[in-house]
Design a protein around this ligand. Structure first.
Ligand code: UD1
Length: 360
């Protein structure tokens, strides 16, 4: 049977990395890259580090307004789907590539498999939330990371027989690469000692707008008086800082985006992780690093419920108050001592469900 996978951004590459080798082994597998991410440091480096095969097709859509970017993916993917006629089309997550890939396939009648189905922030102002909702409602097979995600799908009226709880492939990837990451030299390169700094990432649309980013930067600059902060800056955030004329404190070590192994190593040795990323918080949970979410809501509720992550909010006041509580010795030890809710084996379960689907 033939499976066609569409990916396009850094998180899709990482979260599909444990699945792709299994698909290559068990199916006639066609990998399509939309080109939504195209810079080496958020794209090609992950293919190298995670030993992934080169895509058979690249659509080269690049950055654009959402409508334009989505339209380019639809127009460029359609002839490929018509030519390859896959039995299943796999998409992951909540990006414009995920949504356009699923929509294009579903309209042509090719069954869609959605990995990471059912995540909900309940904030429809997020582009990711709209993408997830659309994809879940047009997919045939919904692979949910946890029971909360499965319940979200049922609450939207999606039938039980489409829903499978399989765990998270981000966890599989982090578990698999944890040891290799320990050989990274990133701490030496940045002259950091383990446990002496906070790791920070920010990239979400709602945190890079002129209504939010200035307050976030002001809070971080104040925090940097008491903590060493290491900040690999996402291209979107770098552009927003520049556009809004915002200055990071010289005490914040702002660096280019890191590769996968260097990121795992940086997070592993951090006192805590401050982030708005989905995947990175799962990686931190694997590594046992306390997580402060610079957001007001999360789709990874299970990490917050387990007590390994805490939502602190994204305003100036919220960030400083959250840091005071959770970066204190008591706060940190509460997060560190919470029982980790991670489960492995999601990739294997995903592929087994896809095999069963094409064999019936
Ligand atoms: C996208 C996803 C987001 C995901 C994130 C991970 C959507 C709606 N958003 O956001 O869900 O969490 O990827 O990174 O699909 N840029 C580069 N090089 C690149 C890619 C982007 O420099 O390779 C810059 C461009 O200036 C661009 C900006 O980053 O305008 C934003 O890129 P875009 O692909 O629109 O979204 P992300 O912010 O990366």
């Amino acid at each position: 049977a033939r499976v066609l996978t569409v990916l396009g951004t850094r998180p899709e590459i990482i979260k599909l990395s444990p699945v792709i080798p299994l698909l290559e082994e068990r199916f006639d597998h066609i990998l399509v890259h939309s080109g939504q991410h195209y810079s080496y440091e958020v794209d090609a480096i992950f293919f190298e580090e995670l030993s992934l095969p080169s895509p058979r097709y690249t659509l080269g859509v690049g950055s654009a307004q959402h409508g334009e970017q989505t339209a380019r993916i639809l127009a460029r993917l359609e002839p490929i789907l018509l030519q390859e006629r896959p039995d299943l089309v796999l998409v992951q997550g909540d990006t414009n590539t995920t949504m356009a890939g699923a929509l294009c396939a579903a309209k042509l009648g090719f069954p869609v498999v959605h990995l990471e189905a059912g995540g909900r922030s309940f904030n429809r102002a997020m582009p990711e939330e709209l993408n997830r909702i659309i994809v879940d409602h047009i997919a045939e097979i919904l692979l949910a990371a946890d029971e909360i995600a499965a319940a979200n799908l049922r609450a939207e009226g999606l039938p039980d027989e489409r829903i499978h709880v399989i765990g998270s492939t981000a966890i599989d990837a982090a578990l698999r690469h944890r040891e290799r990451a320990a050989t990274s030299t990133i701490l030496q390169q940045l002259e950091l000692t383990p446990g002496s700094y906070l790791a920070l990432t920010l990239h979400r649309a709602e945190n890079t707008e002129p209504t939010t980013l200035p307050g976030i930067v002001r809070a971080l600059n104040e925090l940097a008086e008491s903590y060493r902060i290491v900040f690999p800056v996402h291209p979107r955030t770098a552009a927003a800082l520049e556009r809004q004329g915002l200055q990071l404190s010289p005490h914040i070590l702002a660096i280019r985006p890191l590769g996968y192994l260097d990121t795992l190593c940086l997070v592993q040795s951090a006192q805590a992780l401050l982030t708005d990323s989905g995947g990175l918080q799962e990686e931190a949970a694997v590594l046992g690093t306390p997580i402060l979410l610079v957001r007001n809501e999360t789709e990874w509720r299970y990490l917050v419920d387990a007590g390994v992550a805490v939502l602190i909010g994204n305003s100036y006041e919220d960030i400083l108050a959250g840091a005071a509580t959770w970066l204190s010795p008591t706060g940190l030890s509460r997060l560190r001592n919470a029982r980790s809710p991670i489960v492995s084996g999601a990739a294997e379960r995903a592929v087994a469900i896809m095999e069963a689907a094409v064999n019936t």
